[in-house]
Structure formats: structure tokens, C-alpha cells
Design a protein around this ligand. Structure first.
Ligand SMILES: [Zn+2]
Length: 150
């Protein structure tokens, strides 16, 4: 018996994107176009795009209102924890509030450890670079030193 799944050629949407490239999305079943390009679904696709835009704008507004810049650095995570703790302190006392505060304290402790390690690593890297500049340290792989040279 022939496996019809593997012998079927992969189909692509028949539309051309705004940049002139062919759309590489899979077309809808029994249609030549994908969800975004199917003329019969243009209204649905527009609604989906609009919802995505509203969500991104809302995220941006909230980020500014809370001075939240993202969670990819220690300062950003610390800011999030401050917000969580401030909110939790406004709740009625109880097990739920205690759990939030304990979780925040645990996360903050980890953050302190990380921040301290970062600071010590930076100091060590600075000392190594100084020794290298003075020609007192040779043969160390520069790839070991993270971040820009200071
Ligand atoms: Zn398409």
C-alpha cells in the first residue's frame, strides 16, 4: 500500500507577499491560499492582525507605566519583583499573600547571588585584561573573557 502522506508534494500558498517573495505558508485545506491570503477569509485575517497589534500596543503601554524594560537582565527582573511585592502587600493578609512574598524573596535571593557573581566576574576579567595589557599574562584564550574590554 502506498503511503499517500509521504508521496504528496508539499503545497504552498499561491499568494505573493508585500516584499515580492512567494508566500511559503501552507494553504488551507481545499484552497490555494493560506489563512492570511485567502480572499474568503480576508476579514478574519484582518481581525487577527488587528488583535495582534492591540496586544503589542497594550504590552508597550504597560511596560512604560510600570517602568518594566524586559526580563533579559538583572535590573528588569528586579523591577518585576518590586511590582509583584508591592501588589502583594496591598492584598489582605493570608496564605496566598505569604506564598507570593516568599516566592518573591526566593527569586530576589537568587538574583542577589547572580548579581554578586556578575560583579566578581567583571572584577576578575578587568584584572586579567590589565595583566594582559602589561604583558604579564600570555596564552589565555580571549574567548574566556565576556563582555567588551574596559
Ligand atoms: Zn499565504
Amino acid at each position: 500500500m502506498i503511503n499517500s502522506m509521504s508521496s504528496m508534494p508539499r503545497r504552498y500558498c499561491a499568494a505573493t507577499k508585500a516584499d515580492g517573495q512567494p508566500c511559503r505558508a501552507a494553504p488551507l485545506r481545499d484552497a490555494a491560499y493560506c489563512f492570511l491570503h485567502d480572499p474568503d477569509r480576508a476579514e478574519d485575517a484582518a481581525k487577527a492582525r488587528q488583535a495582534g497589534g492591540i496586544r503589542r500596543r497594550r504590552e508597550g503601554t504597560l511596560g512604560v507605566a510600570y517602568d518594566l524594560q524586559g526580563l533579559d537582565n538583572v535590573a528588569g527582573i528586579r523591577r518585576l519583583l518590586e511590582i509583584v511585592v508591592a501588589d502583594a502587600l496591598g492584598l489582605d493578609a493570608g496564605v496566598g499573600r505569604s506564598r507570593i512574598l516568599i516566592a518573591a524573596a526566593t527569586a530576589a535571593t537568587k538574583l542577589l547571588d547572580t548579581g554578586e557573581h556578575d560583579a566578581r566576574l567583571e572584577a576578575l576579567e578587568g584584572a586579567i585584561r590589565l595583566l594582559q595589557r602589561q604583558g604579564l599574562l600570555k596564552g589565555l584564550d580571549d574567548g574566556l573573557l565576556g563582555g567588551p574590554a574596559r
